[in-house]
Design a protein around this ligand. Sequence first.
Ligand code: FAD
Length: 386
Amino acid sequence: MNTHPSAPGLSPATSLPFRDDHEMLRQTARRFFETECAPHREAWDEAGMVPRAIWRRAGELGLLCPRIDPAYGGAGGDLLHAIVLTEEQVKAGVVAPMISLHNDVVAPYLVAYGSEAQKARALPRMATGEWLGAIAMTEPSAGSDLRGMKTRARRDGDDYVISGQKTFISHGATADLIVLAAQAEAGISLFLVETDGLAGFSRGAPLDKMGQFSADTAEIFFDEVRLPASALLGGEEGRGFAQLGERLVEERLMTGVVAQAFMETAIDHTVAYTRERKAFGQRIIDFQNSRFRLAEARTEAVVCRTFLERCVTKFMAGRLDASEAAMLKWWSTEQQNRIVDACVQLHGGYGYMLEYPIARMWLDSRVAKIYGGANEIMKDIIGRAL
Ligand SMILES: Cc1cc2nc3c(=O)[nH]c(=O)nc-3n(C[C@H](O)[C@H](O)[C@H](O)COP(=O)(O)OP(=O)(O)OC[C@H]3O[C@@H](n4cnc5c(N)ncnc54)[C@H](O)[C@@H]3O)c2cc1C
């Protein structure tokens, strides 16, 4: 089955059925992240966002929306293509461009619920990087409690009129296409918002975060914004909450993929570092404490990978449910944070210096326990299904 062990540095080996086409995408992605993104990381961190040209470049290389139908500009790929992209991005230490958000979170809303006209208009533009996608659910007073959202979509003749505010929106400062959740008369509904020249729509500056510096996260505002009725996603009002619930399964699965890549990359960095660094006349890795902590971390990562791959296999067979995706999201992001923290400790003071990848990994990891549904909400989902 599996002819490709995972990429060097991403041990332990995977049992997922990667093929030659996945491996080719892995090589392209690795070159792209290592040579075209990583050297610009500091400048992009400083700017709080990445230049649009890098999205176009990712599109040219076939890294955007590889899973969508070739009729819409994709390559008809599968989840394993998404996984190789994500693994290579994490391994290169590159947070933005947030390709998985664009490919694996936003585009699937169109694929799943878009009309033919919506798909034909948006997906080819997303595949080239001409349009950048975002999903806007969270509001200042409604994060976990999404049913409490206040953004309104009022029907007015052939239009919807949108008023409200969203916060913490990834790509909020730059997105061209936003999947927006708002309260319509029949309940929460999703709308496709094309932002270019849209009257009444505005954005805040990128928010000042404790990590993921190059990933733009911003507030967005809707002041009596008019959308044509055809902007409703799924053709029927009131289906938004169910649509979000369905799509969040895949988002949480991909959060597990990211968490796994973080764990494995952090361990590899730390094994390499502790082999080099000496104290008391011996290598740090030769202290039993270091070896034991790394042994624990490796074991925890292997156990997590086993569960991740079970979830991937179930997802590809259409059988991953919300409860199991929630288990993966909370468990793997907790382990990610524990392991990365232990790896910082094994680096000593250098682990606290931002020039070392492990320091940035620590900063970038924390949010994984909060977004995509906070881990307490994951336990609530699991608990309700008992
Ligand atoms: C960097 C970043 C990027 C983000 N990107 C996006 C995005 O692109 N789109 C988007 O829509 N949102 C995005 N978010 C928002 C994110 O999904 C929310 O922050 C998250 O869902 C938590 O909501 P909240 O911040 O309002 O916290 P709150 O809901 O106020 O929660 C505060 C605390 O209370 C706990 N809590 C809440 N309810 C319960 C309960 N019932 N039982 C037990 N504990 C509970 C929570 O777990 C948390 O610990 C992003 C956030 C960040 C930080």
